[in-house]
Each structure stands twice: as structure tokens, then as C-alpha cells.
Design a protein around this ligand. Structure first.
Ligand SMILES: NC(=O)c1ccc[n+]([C@@H]2O[C@H](COP(=O)([O-])OP(=O)(O)OC[C@H]3O[C@@H](n4cnc5c(N)ncnc54)[C@H](O)[C@@H]3O)[C@@H](O)[C@H]2O)c1
Length: 432
């Protein structure tokens, strides 16, 4: 059993805290957001993540996890302090490190015993050294500490399984003893452990995310060619994926990537390259291809509706940037509903879990519905925006009867084009 403090109870922090508690450690999870902490004390989760509610409650009941807004309380007896605060995009695309700086400063002021500070947030190369500097300067009196980078690779929607069965654990530090202790903490996860220096660990995280984003943008560029050349990108992906050098993951063409990580991380990596005088050509194109997906979707639905969106009612199936999460950060649904509204269309939406989070992010005129069928009733067309499972087995005959015209733009390739045609839909998918 170790004594652990986790700073930040968002998607990464809360999962980290709950999973380490479940492994038998004693965890204090801290956040500056009082509402979040109050809710957690009452058993209300701040985010939607499958299985999290149950995991947190089990460990609260076992006395292994507590929540606080006080650094003093959270650091009392702590041997390890994980930083898991947000690192959003700054004005020029750089990673905004204000939350990391604030967390490091607070830790330095309140720590009373030697501590290993482990950074889980995705941060630019060199941030670990910078954090060490902040801690040193902010300590009222010198207390021994080490800074370790341990980037997180979990995916929202499968965060608990990803955390507990990672492909690898990356640990970076200039302090070998601290790196070994952090490795020991992760041993129960039984994943290969890569121990390296701080900067390399920080780079591994950016490189991994940028590479995965590149795979998706590559397939999206290919999808456009497939459409014109008469090939099916879904089958192309399946055929490519059997090659172990390529792998099947992240080959799905569609509306592109969104969420809290890829957009800001690709941008931040490009920013770092530019700062060093390099021209990040691939990264720039990867972002451009991705941004174009959203615009293309609107162009396609406009064509399907006879070239004019004015006065048309369009239903969006799904809002979250991907299924099994309520995360709306950089979700395609935001840009698409804005563009449709701007073109004079009436936009209706339905998402199984993201409606509440989405409300303030969508144009005020957007109408929200409680299920796919109520949404479809009276619509001129539907657009599949998020590939939630419940959309895959909709009663499409019923949907056809409810729509004013049987038009579906499938931005996530969840339906069979042949079947849709046979059912009498005017159907368009991506790259097929
Ligand atoms: N979300 C993901 O899927 C994911 C996956 C891997 C890595 N990451 C990285 O992990 C980091 C956290 O991401 P997230 O999605 O969990 O963020 P989030 O926005 O969901 O949560 C961040 C939390 O930190 C809190 N916070 C901010 N400043 C604080 C401070 N000074 N002290 C204490 N708490 C503070 C916020 O109130 C918030 O609750 C980011 O760097 C992100 O890039 C995220």
C-alpha cells in the first residue's frame, strides 16, 4: 500500500485515483473545483465514463479514496503526487501550462516530507525540468523531491480498462531511484515498462498521439479518393489492417478526430517544431485534412438536399466527439451544427449522454430530443455524427416513415450502403 495524492479529478485524474485505490493504495484526490469535490463526496461523478461510478463508490466505501480541495490535507503522508490537470491549447496553439504551474506551486508550498511528483498531464518537452524549477523556487524550506514524467495513454470511453491494462507504462526521470519507485507502483498493471529520461518520456506521448491522428487523416484523405475512384474505404481499411506493420486500429474514415487530446496535442507538437525553427509539414497537413472533414460533411448534406439548406430540418445523431463519453471538446457536432444553422437549416440533436455538456456549446436555436425516433420525426435528413452503438441497430423502416424525406448522411460508416439503397434511402457514407 502506498500513500498517493492525485491533483485534478477530470477524465485522467479521477480514473488514476480510482484505479490506484482499487489496487489497494490509499489515495487522496484533489481538485480546485469545489463543486466537483462536493459532488464526489456525495457520490456524483463529474464526468461520464463507463464503470467509473461503481469503481469510485467501491473504493470510497473501502476507505481507500477520499476527496478534498486542500493541498495540505492531500499531501499529508503522501509519497507520490500525480499531476493530472488540463493542458489546453493556448492562443497560438502552444500548450497552456498555467494549471500545471499552479499545481506545482501549491504542491511545493504544502509538501512537508520528501515527495515524488509525477506528471500525468500531456506537457511540452522540457516541462518536467520547468516543474522542478517551480517547486524548488516555491518551497518555503528545501525538502527533497523528484519529478517524474508518466504520460497517460487512456482513451475516454474505455478509460478504466486502458488504465488497468495499458500497452506500456512510460516513465521518464533524471532520478533513477524515483523512476524505479514509480515503476514499482505500476507493476500490478503488468505492462512493459519503458524507463527513459524526462524529455524523451514527454515526447513519447506527443509522438504517439500525433501518429494516431496521422493514421486517421491519411484514411480520410484516401476516403475522398475512394469515393471518386469507386473503391470502398471500409474494406480498404480491413484489407490493410491485417498487415501487422500497419495494424487495424485508427484506420476508420469519417468525420475526423476531435476530443480533448488529438487536436491540442498535434497543434502543440507543431508549435514546438516551429519554435525550434522547423517546418512541421506533415503535422500541418494532418490538421488541415481533419478540419476539412467537418466542412465536407455540410457540403454533402447540402447536395443531398438539392443544394439549399435554408428552412430544412436536419437531425444530428450523436454529439460527443466519440461514443461512450460525454466529452464535447472539439467535437465535430459543434462545427457542423454551427455551419448548418448559418446556412439557414433548423438543427435538431440527440445524444445518449452528452446533451447536458453540449447545450452551452451549440447554437441557441438547436433543439434537443430524448431519442432517435422523436428526433427523426419531421426531419428532412439525418446525419450520423457519433457512432454510438444504439444507432447501429435502429429500426430504419420506422425512421424512414418518420422522416419527411428518407435522406441519411452517415459520417461514421455505420450502415451498409447496399442495404440502405434497397430500403429506399438516399444514403451517403464516407469513402464508399
Ligand atoms: N482526457 C483524456 O482522454 C486524456 C488522455 C490522456 C492524457 N490526457 C491529458 O491529461 C491531462 C488532463 O486531462 P483531462 O481530460 O483529465 O482534463 P480535465 O479538464 O477533465 O480535468 C482537469 C481537472 O484539473 C482540475 N484542476 C485545474 N487546475 C488545478 C489545480 N491547480 N489544482 C487542482 N486541480 C486543478 C480541474 O478543475 C479539472 O477537474 C491533460 O494534459 C490531457 O492532455 C487526457
Amino acid at each position: 500500500m502506498k500513500q498517493i495524492c492525485v491533483v485534478g479529478v477530470g477524465y485522467v485524474g479521477l480514473v488514476t485515483a480510482a484505479c490506484f485505490a482499487d489496487l489497494g493504495n490509499r489515495v487522496t484526490a484533489l481538485d480546485v473545483n469545489e463543486q466537483r469535490v462536493e459532488n464526489l463526496k456525495k457520490g456524483i461523478m463529474p464526468i461520464y465514463e463507463p464503470g467509473l461510478d461503481e469503481l469510485v463508490k467501491r473504493n470510497v466505501n473501502a476507505g481507500r479514496i477520499t476527496f478534498t480541495t486542500s493541498y495540505k490535507e492531500a499531501l499529508k503522508d503522501a509519497e507520490y503526487a500525480f499531476i493530472a490537470v488540463g493542458t489546453p491549447s493556448g492562443e497560438s496553439g502552444e500548450a497552456d501550462l498555467q494549471y500545471v504551474a499552479a499545481a506545482a506551486t501549491s504542491i511545493a508550498r504544502e509538501m512537508t516530507a520528501p515527495l515524488i511528483i509525477i506528471n500525468k498531464s500531456t506537457v511540452p518537452i522540457g516541462t518536467g525540468d520547468w516543474v522542478a524549477d517551480i517547486v524548488k523556487k516555491s518551497q518555503p524550506k528545501p525538502i527533497e523531491f523528484a519529478v517524474v514524467s508518466c504520460p497517460e495513454f487512456l482513451r475516454e470511453g474505455s478509460a478504466i480498462a486502458d488504465f488497468t491494462s495499458p500497452h506500456r507504462t512510460v516513465i521518464g526521470s533524471m532520478d533513477k531511484d524515483a523512476a524505479n519507485k514509480v515503476a514499482h507502483l505500476h507493476l500490478p498493471l503488468r505492462a512493459p515498462i519503458v524507463i527513459t529520461d524526462l524529455r524523451t518520456a514527454e515526447m513519447i506521448k506527443y509522438a504517439s498521439n500525433a501518429f494516431l491522428a496521422t493514421k486517421i487523416s491519411f484514411m480520410n484523405e484516401l476516403a475522398d479518393l475512394c469515393e471518386l475512384a469507386g473503391a470502398d474505404v471500409k474494406e480498404v481499411a480491413a484489407g490493410m489492417g491485417y498487415d501487422a506493420r500497419i495494424g487495424r486500429h485508427f484506420l476508420d474514415a469519417g468525420l475526423g478526430w476531435g476530443g480533448s487530446c488529438f487536436p491540442k496535442d498535434v497543434e502543440a507538437l507543431a508549435f514546438m517544431a516551429k519554435e525550434k525553427g522547423l517546418n512541421p509539414r506533415i503535422l500541418n497537413d494532418v490538421m488541415q485534412v481533419n478540419n476539412d472533414r467537418r466542412k465536407n460533411a455540410v457540403v454533402h448534406i447540402e447536395k443531398m438536399l438539392g443544394g439549399n439548406l435554408k428552412g430544412k430540418t436536419i437531425g444530428l445523431l450523436g454529439l460527443a466527439f466519440k461514443p461512450n463519453t460525454d466529452d464535447m471538446r472539439y467535437a465535430p457536432s459543434i462545427d457542423i451544427s454551427e455551419a448548418l444553422t448559418k446556412a439557414g437549416a433548423k438543427v435538431r440533436v440527440y445524444d445518449p449522454v452528452a446533451m447536458e455538456v453540449a447545450r452551452p456549446l451549440l447554437p441557441g436555436s438547436v433543439e434537443m430530443f430524448k431519442n432517435s425516433y422523436d428526433l427523426a420525426a419531421g426531419c428532412d435528413a439525418l446525419m450520423v455524427i457519433t457512432e454510438w452503438n444504439e444507432f447501429k441497430q435502429l429500426d430504419l423502416e420506422k425512421i424512414k416513415g418518420l422522416l419527411k424525406s428518407p435522406i441519411i448522411y452517415d459520417g461514421r460508416n455505420i450502415y451498409d450502403p447496399q442495404l440502405m439503397k434497397e430500403m429506399g434511402f438516399t444514403y451517403r457514407a464516407v469513402g464508399r
